[in-house]
Write a protein that binds this ligand. Structure first.
Ligand code: ATP
Ligand code: MG
Length: 180
C-alpha cells in the first residue's frame, strides 16, 4: 500500500516506544495495510495488554513472539538462556527477512529488537539484512532502548523518547493497562 517504505527507530529511556509502534500499527491497518508485529523477549504467556487487544481479533494486525523463556532480571546471567534466545532471535530475523522480501506485510514492527542489539543478543548484520532485502514498499519499525550509532545510520527516521519523569522513580509499580 505504500509507495516507498522507510526504516524507523523508536528508542530512548522514556516511556512510549512500544506504545508508539502499536499506535502506528493501528493507523497503518486502518488505511488498509497488512501489519506484522513481532515482540522480542516477550514470550507468549506474558501479561501484555496490547497483545491481548489484538488477539481479540477486532483489528487485523498480526502479533507474534517466540516461545523461549526470558526473565529480564535473571536471564542475562544465564548462559543457557542467552544461547537459546540468541538462536531464536537469529532464526526469527531470518524469517522476517523473507517476509519483507516477499512483501507478505506492508509494515513490519520489531518490538524490542533495538534493546536486543544494545545488549549483544543480535548482530547488526542480522538486522541489516532485513533492511537490505526488503521490498521497497515495506516500512520497518524497530523499537527499544539503546540504539547504537550503527543502527541509527541504517534508519530514515529516529525518535528518542527522553525520560523527564516516570512514576517508577517514586516507587510506583508498573500498572496493568498502562505499563503492560
Ligand atoms: P511502553 O511500552 O509503555 O510504550 P517503552 O516501550 O518505551 O514503554 P521499554 O523500554 O520497553 O519502554 O520498557 C518496558 C517497561 O518499562 C514498560 O512497562 C514501560 O512503561 C516502562 N518504562 C518506560 N520508561 C520508563 C522509565 N523511564 N522508568 C521506568 N520504567 C519505564
Ligand atoms: Mg517497549
Amino acid at each position: 500500500m505504500l509507495d516507498k517504505g522507510l526504516v524507523q527507530i523508536y528508542t530512548g529511556d522514556g516511556k512510549g516506544k512500544t506504545t508508539a509502534a502499536f499506535g502506528l500499527a493501528l493507523r497503518a491497518a486502518g488505511q488498509g495495510n497488512k501489519v506484522l508485529i513481532y515482540q522480542f523477549l516477550k514470550p507468549p504467556g506474558l501479561d501484555i495488554g496490547e497483545r491481548f487487544a489484538l488477539q481479540l481479533g477486532a483489528v487485523r494486525i498480526r502479533v507474534e513472539a517466540f516461545d523461549v523463556p526470558w526473565d529480564m532480571s535473571e536471564s542475562f546471567e544465564d548462559e543457557q538462556a542467552l544461547a537459546r534466545v540468541r538462536l531464536a532471535i537469529k532464526e526469527t530475523l531470518d524469517k522476517i527477512a523473507k517476509t519483507g522480501e516477499k512483501r507478505f506485510y506492508d509494515v513490519l514492527i520489531l518490538d524490542e529488537i533495538v534493546f536486543c542489539h544494545s545488549k549483544g543478543l543480535v548482530e547488526l548484520e542480522d538486522i541489516k539484512r532485513i533492511i537490505d532485502k526488503k521490498d521497497t514498499a515495506v516500512e520497518i519499525i524497530l523499537t527499544g532502548r539503546g540504539a547504537t550509532a550503527e543502527l541509527i545510520a541504517l534508519a530514515d527516521l529516529v525518535t528518542e523518547m527522553k525520560n523527564i519523569k516516570h512514576p517508577f522513580e517514586k516507587g510506583q509499580p508498573a500498572r496493568r493497562g498502562i505499563e503492560f
